[in-house]
Design a protein around this ligand. Sequence first.
Ligand code: PA5
Length: 435
Amino acid sequence: MIKFEYNNSSIDDRMIFDLDEKVKECHKWIEENKEKEDEFLGWVDLPVNYDKEEFRRIKKAAKKIQKDSDYLIVIGIGGSYLGARAVIEAIKGCFDSMIPCDERKTPKIIYAGNNLSPNYLHDLLELIAEKDVSINVISKSGTTTEPAIAFRILREAIETKYGVDEAKKRIYVTTDKNKGALKSLATEEKYETFVIPDNVGGRFSVLTAVGLLPIAASGINIDMLIKGATDARDKYSDQDVKFNDCYKYAVIRNLLYNSGKRIEILANYEPSLHYITEWWKQLYGESEGKDEKGIFPAGVDFTTDLHSMGQYIQDGNRNLIETVICIDESKESIILAEDKENIDGLNYLAGKDLDYINKKAMEGTIEAHVNGNVPNMKITIEELDEENLGHLIYFFEKACAISGLILGVNPFNQPGVEEYKKNMFRLLEKPGYDK
Ligand code: PA5
């Protein structure tokens, strides 16, 4: 469950309810078009309409990977890896991948194909040289350069290691049902293949096989993730903004944008949420940043970044909004002990839980930022588990769609992403891209 608070946002209910008709119009458009193949609204009912047979196959493949692999390499970029990484790191914590292979029941999940750095890939190849690995290559278009290059190199590495036939059993492809180079390769080589539905765009795809296979392989309960998303789908189905917190978040963002707030910072006080923020940044940035409009989504990990970005947030250009993700109940408890000498002067905190101190830092920071004219919204989830994360994911997806529609952009395309590719291909002298 999520608690959404906006009493520090400078926006009141009357201002929100003034947009009631607009919200209803956006809601209606989603409802009327969600079954159309070409509207990229497949994510709306995905928590109940997913392919159950494929879901079983995902679990089976995850079990096999757990049995025969020390590492699962997830090859993908943007929406084809951020969701999985966000959920895995949020649940497994910051140090999971440091636990040695012989002390773990599940493979380490590592990522490739999200950059073009030779150093990164070289180090990754060294890391896995003596280990058992599987690969999940994920690309909806099947033609994206970064994952395609990484896959070519890593496929060759595991074919050399295991031989072509065994390597085939360690490669899992997630791509379009029919088209793209990756689909052709998967068909040709008979790799086990999972489908990204036509009507689900990359950044909305975490609850398809794109996210679910790596998440399940890491040992996370995907049934509970879907359950959380299903609950959220019910909860945020009311067309009336008065009863729909998800729509309130969308409306407040737009009202603040129209009042000159151009940057939204998503802040967390839990380091393992770093990639939730990265996923959120892509979701909102690619969905809304177009036609010379849109809030720029930024992220901070607090309290860490209070010592780097805190100054700007408190005192810099007043074009910021801050949205805080708060975890109500910390998984672990650490109580600060009394110290006889008290040279560090911390005895006033003796007997206090670190989570209590973290929460006071959060409350103090919100108060300071609000006083510094940074409107604040707060999203509280009960605890950091699969169910709550599923709920949070759906909350942000639905809010993003409504927010983009209110803004007057198409939240489901990304025409701007093609520009760098055209230049890069021309410079690389790719056939068809003239000098
Ligand atoms: O959200 C999106 O559509 C993009 O970020 C894509 O996920 C990203 O560009 C990767 O594309 P593909 O899955 O086609 O390789």
